[in-house]
Design a protein around this ligand. Structure first.
Ligand SMILES: [Zn+2]
Ligand SMILES: [Zn+2]
Length: 91
């Protein structure tokens, strides 16, 4: 019996992780760095650099958040987009 309850609590408290929309799960973002007329070249060129994604702190995934800002937890099902509290209000 105890195990069932533990599982339920775990589902209620574990946020669904979703791929980061900003870096598409990469954890880093590539951005262009224009280098006009650098180092004796006649034409400028576009360099690229990468930086750690601020949105997910480099994890590549983040907690799925409800519109209210609360995390959507696993108890709501893998495709859910609302938190427990908001789902309750809609009933
Ligand atoms: Zn990211
Ligand atoms: Zn909510």
């Amino acid at each position: 019996m105890g195990k069932m309850k533990d599982l339920l609590i775990e589902l209620q408290e574990t946020p669904i992780m979703t791929p980061c929309p900003d870096c598409f799960g990469e954890g880093t973002i590539e951005y262009d760095v224009p280098r006009p007329h650098a180092g004796g070249f006649n034409e400028g060129y576009i360099d690229t650099a990468t930086e750690v994604c601020e949105t997910c702190s480099g994890d590549g995934e983040m907690e799925r958040l409800c519109d209210c800002g609360a995390p959507v937890t696993k108890i709501m099902g893998q495709d859910a987009e609302v938190c427990m509290e908001c789902a309750d209000e809609n009933v």
